[in-house]
Design a protein around this ligand. Structure first.
Ligand code: FAD
Ligand code: NDP
Length: 312
């Protein structure tokens, strides 16, 4: 029987592993094999430069940062299995974690399976992804590549509103393209958008193609009411069309919100099941940053350690 099983492989999982490893709990990590369509190491494996993770003043490549976190987990005593958890039984303790042919019991569980940013997969996207196209404006928007250019944000929710406002710091102009004629974003975020003179909104429209050879230089859009197509010159295309939390494998075992994120008790990583903790993007649809994922990974490990010490 394991003390702690950690499911996931991003900053939350590895921070939880470092803390619980140092607490001599010899955590077992299931890091997944292309789980949620993303390599072990999580979302940072699909990006280039990370400039906002403290400790790396020159920046660090996302995959390199995750390799370092993984090495640190092992150094602190974690064991890692590169397989995907496809089922859990949380109905009683010990919990049961099933991954491929394995069924392993655990006294405590930390779920840190993250979320996957939705993409449109339009023509040109394969060629230009991360070459002027991104699914995270807060992460990538400050890169020199995007400075003083026209930047496009797709989406009409709070993320689109927040990211469009954020990008005005770097862009010559930001254009929000939304498929309907009303925004989903909250009133306060909408007001912020409407009041910002650097932001234009194009309604009832979808992006159909990303243009450019090695770097995005424009997009094709289509008005879905009139079917009229047009081209816009742009140096950046940012998707803000939502994320999918990687919780399908939890199958009614734990309390989720209406969009599939794990519910945690405010200010903690505790779920509705004592002994099961959730950290990182799988329980956070607001901040979604490596450092906040790492922070909650730390919290989950400390809370799990306390939970185990009170019961044994
Ligand atoms: P994730 O990184 O989402 O990783 C979780 C991983 O767990 C999954 O990817 C998968 O490999 C694994 N997994 C999933 N399901 C299972 C399962 N059933 N069994 C086993 N394993 C499973 N943040 C920043 O702070 N700075 C940046 O510069 C930055 N750039 C970004 C660029 C891009 C393109 C993207 C998409 C995100 C970026 N982010 C950035 C956000 C950051 O990557 C995330 O906030 C962070 O990675 C979330 O960490 P996490 O630990 O919650 O899990
Ligand atoms: P949402 O699901 O709220 O919004 C996604 C947006 O993308 C919608 O406007 C949707 O259009 C559009 N969209 C989805 N799929 C497509 C597609 N295939 N093509 C074109 N457009 C598409 O996601 P968010 O990430 O914005 O927000 C998620 C949650 O996080 C929300 O609860 C939000 O309130 C919260 N949040 C809060 C913040 C804050 O308070 N500061 C900041 C960020 C997020 P349509 O409207 O037509 O469905």
């Amino acid at each position: 029987m394991e003390n702690i099983i950690i499911i996931g492989s991003g900053p939350a999982a590895h921070t939880a592993a470092i803390y619980s490893g140092r607490a001599k709990l010899t955590p077992l990590i299931y890091e997944g094999l292309l789980a949620g369509g993303v390599a072990a190491g999580g979302q940072l494996t699909i990006t280039t430069e990370v400039e906002n993770y403290p400790g790396f003043p020159e920046g660090i490549q996302g995959p390199e940062l995750m390799d370092k976190m993984r090495a640190q987990s092992i150094k602190c005593g974690a064991r890692i299995k590169t397989i995907t958890v496809n089922k859990v039984d949380l109905s009683k303790r010990p919990f049961i974690v099933s991954a491929e042919e394995e069924r392993v019991e655990a006294k405590a569980l930390i779920i840190a399976t993250g979320a996957t940013a939705k993409r449109l997969y339009i023509t040109g996207e394969d060629r230009l992804w991360q070459k002027g196209m991104s699914a995270c404006a807060v992460c990538d928007g400050a890169l020199p590549l995007y400075r003083n250019k026209i930047l496009i944000v797709v989406g009409g929710g709070d993320t689109a509103a927040e990211e469009a406002s954020f990008l005005t710091k770097y862009a010559s102009k930001v254009i929000v393209i939304h498929r309907r004629n009303t925004l989903r974003a909250s009133k306060v975020m909408q007001d912020r958008l409407f009041q910002n003179k650097k932001i234009e909104i194009i309604w009832d429209s979808v992006v159909t193609e990303a243009l450019g050879d090695n770097l995005l230089d424009g997009v094709k859009i289509k008005n879905i009411k009139t079917n009229q197509e047009s081209r816009i010159e742009a140096g950046g295309l940012f998707y803000a069309i939502g994320h999918i939390p990687n919780t399908a494998f939890l199958e009614g075992q734990i309390e989720l919100d209406e969009t599939g994120y794990i519910k945690t008790k405010p200010g903690t990583t505790k779920t509705n099941i004592p002994g099961v903790f959730a950290a990182g993007d799988v329980q956070d649809k607001i901040y979604r940053q490596a450092i906040t994922a790492a922070g909650t990974g730390c919290m989950a490990a400390l809370e799990a350690e306390k939970f185990l010490s009170e019961r044994h």
